[in-house]
Design a protein around this ligand. Sequence first.
Ligand SMILES: NC(=O)c1ccc[n+]([C@@H]2O[C@H](COP(=O)([O-])OP(=O)(O)OC[C@H]3O[C@@H](n4cnc5c(N)ncnc54)[C@H](O)[C@@H]3O)[C@@H](O)[C@H]2O)c1
Length: 273
Amino acid sequence: MKLKDRIALVTGGGSGIGRAIARLFAEEGARVVVNDLNLPAAEQTVAAMGAARGRAVRADVADSAQVRALFAEIEREFGALDILVNNAGIAPAGTEREAIGGKAEARLAELLSGQGVQTHWDITQAMTDEAWRRMIAVHLDGTFFCTREALRFMSRRNRGVIINMSSVAALMGLENAPHYSAAKGGILAFTRAVAREVGSQGIRVNAICPGFIDTPMTAPISPLLRTAVLGRTPLGRWGEPGEVATTALFLASDDSSFFTGQWLSPNGGLFTG
Ligand SMILES: NC(=O)c1ccc[n+]([C@@H]2O[C@H](COP(=O)([O-])OP(=O)(O)OC[C@H]3O[C@@H](n4cnc5c(N)ncnc54)[C@H](O)[C@@H]3O)[C@@H](O)[C@H]2O)c1
């Protein structure tokens, strides 16, 4: 039991990586607050880990008032917070995703034809203010809002662990998601700065930069694009949410007691820098 009696908050815990983290933390003895925008999904996660081990709370992490209310509930219910996992996230959706998918397929076909690529991404020049702002808001504002509230808990006891979900997008840049890459890069820089800021209070702050992981977020990616990613991944497969969860468990537990301001990247060898 690596997290016996610790209190953890996992944002975006109703699906994919967040759900796997919440379940593993509960198995390791933690009581877990599972936040999600989608309350029934968060409740399913809590049901899967055993109702006594968790609590589902709806909040949009991009809204500071809702985040304050989430932490007020944690204060009332538990009176402390040992671990925060800033995991909630979104990918391009709707027409934006369709445009990216169509262009990706066209570019691959052109590349394979040997005639050179004529279809250009043109993602940044076509991006709306709304698409840019929502991506930054959910990831970067959300990470800041939750970290600000969590530090108010953790600095009372001079201990705590914060884990921020970044991405290989921060390390490599994803050509079809400049807003997502910027948000994840911001999270990485924020992680390093806050780690330095709060180290003297015994609070550790680290990031995880997963590669491509099979979750509902990546499910809409087409078979052709999946194959293209596999071609650049030495382990020859996509990752499982559980493989990110074990990374989070390491960073949450005392096993990583000398780690702060770092990133770990479960990515199958896609990025090795
Ligand atoms: N899947 C991957 O390949 C991959 C790779 C690198 C990083 N990540 C990151 O890991 C995290 C989890 O991704 P996932 O693949 O499990 O996605 P997912 O879509 O399966 O789960 C994300 C969860 O976050 C919730 N959410 C979205 N916006 C929210 C908000 N504003 N407030 C609260 N909850 C919100 C969703 O409802 C959903 O339950 C994200 O930050 C994502 O960017 C994923």
